[in-house]
Design a protein around this ligand. Structure first.
Ligand code: GDP
Length: 197
């Protein structure tokens, strides 16, 4: 599936402008700087050309990408961006919340967590929302190349433990490095199974 052509087709600032949910959808969420753009680039090898804005934390729209008419990949704005004005921050966090809790066709949310930092308050908040709305989500540990393997394993265990009682969390979590490419193929395989064919 990830060999298919990627095409940007919609950007939404309000839920009324979400495109109709015609394809199975996979969304990518996480704090700003978690490595989301790098991961999307590694997964699709085409992200650079598809992206509309390259300024981290300033992408305040939810961006929808069509992958060969088999999958819709959705780039959610990163949260926890320090420089944004409070009211701006709130409006797009509300949009993310609305998206993950109400979106039809949403098959999975990949919740990206930086291996070094682990899960923070905002991440837990999103987890609770997805639990309540029964949205399936999968933790993806990013930047594993920056930690010793023993620390990556420890982080993974810690997060899996904390999500053990959660019903919508898909286990095991995935571990990736966009820098070395580690884990990218496995993640592609897992996500490809969600596609229409
Ligand atoms: P985003 O804000 O979540 O889209 O994050 P970016 O993809 O822009 O990455 C933020 C920073 O982390 C950039 O400086 C990247 O080069 C770096 N980065 C992203 N992924 C990795 C990775 O797997 N390994 C390393 N070492 N650095 C990474």
């Amino acid at each position: 599936v990830f060999r298919n052509k990627l095409a940007f087709f919609a950007a939404a600032k309000v839920s009324s402008s979400f495109p109709s949910p015609d394809l199975p959808e996979i969304a990518f969420a996480g704090r700003s700087n978690v490595g989301k753009s790098s991961l999307l680039n590694s997964l699709t090898r085409q992200w650079g050309v598809a992206r509309t804005s390259d300024k981290p934390g300033l992408t305040q729209t939810i961006n929808f990408f069509n992958l060969g008419s088999k999958l819709c990949l959705v780039d959610l704005p990163g949260y926890g961006f320090a420089y944004a004005k409070e009211e701006v921050k709130e409006s797009w966090e509300e949009l993310v919340k609305e998206y993950v809790t109400t979106r039809e066709g949403l098959k999975r949310v990949c919740l990206l967590i930086d291996t070094k930092w682990g899960m923070k308050a905002r991440d837990h908040e999103l987890v609770e929302l997805m639990e309540r709305s029964k949205t399936k989500y999968q933790i993806v540990l990013t930047k594993t190349d920056l930690a010793f393997p023993v620390d990556v394993a420890r982080r993974a265990t810690q997060i899996e433990e904390s999500l053990k009682t959660k019903k919508s969390a898909l286990q095991p979590l995935m571990m990736v490095s966009s820098k070395t490419g580690a884990g990218i193929r496995s993640l592609r395989t897992v996500l490809s199974n969600i596609s229409r064919f």
